[in-house]
Design a protein around this ligand. Sequence first.
Ligand code: NDP
Length: 251
Amino acid sequence: MHYQPQRDLLNDRIILVTGASDGIGKEAALTYARHGASLILLGRQEAKLRQVAQAIKDEGQQAQWFTLDMATCTPEECQQLAATIAAATPHLDGVLHNAGLLGDICPMSEQDPATWDAVMRVNVNATFYLTQALLPLLLKSDSGSLVFTSSSVGRQGRANWGAYAASKFATEGMMQVLAEEYQNRLRVNCINPGGTRTKMRASAFPTEDPQKLKTPADIMPLYLWLMGDDSRRKTGMSFDAQPGRKPGITQ
Ligand code: NDP
């Protein structure tokens, strides 16, 4: 995407990112901060979140972090977290649902039901609980943007992608339902990052040369565009960070 964001694109915006401890979510949090946003970082590992928050503060922006294990969290915990955030934060201008779990790459007949459940809990259930809990804060913004993270296998099923593919179809569905429910009040969209150099990608494609992949930083233009006012009229859509990129082949 050829998008040249203004340096102050996200000035005075408050943006929450899940899975902000690593990979694409970490890069998105740092990038949003560099464009003026204050960040709320969610993740499951305190030490990693602390490090990202410090990097943001070192660049002069504000960052708070909260731990939440999305594989085990309950709706009540998500409501409690939202209440804690609301006590210190007047509104949320953006939420990037980025945290994700890959699960097993294997045929449906061999998918471990426990792993299937974990993938669904992280990618779908906890994402829904958090959305429900954070919606009141998002609706207080006059330019709220809710962004989900999908995948090419969330639009076209592919052999061996089992729980992950099913969870990303559910993600696309959640986005479409919410976009219709909040028309004119909140924009709701999906990003498909496309193959990107992260730990998740390396575990899905262990024999691939990571140097041939885009880095998280390379795909940030779309992440910025969807959070800023330049995408204000867009809702209910699924965007590719790397349009035209062919899906990889698992070995
Ligand atoms: P990474 O594995 O690098 O990062 C995943 C993030 O999610 C980490 O911050 C991780 O935390 C967090 N996370 C995982 N499980 C939990 C949990 N139980 N509770 C809370 N947080 C959790 O993945 P990517 O950066 O590659 O992926 C980001 C998103 O992009 C995902 O939704 C993924 O499905 C999607 N995607 C990625 C592609 C790629 O090629 N990289 C392609 C298509 C889609 P921790 O640091 O603790 O592990």
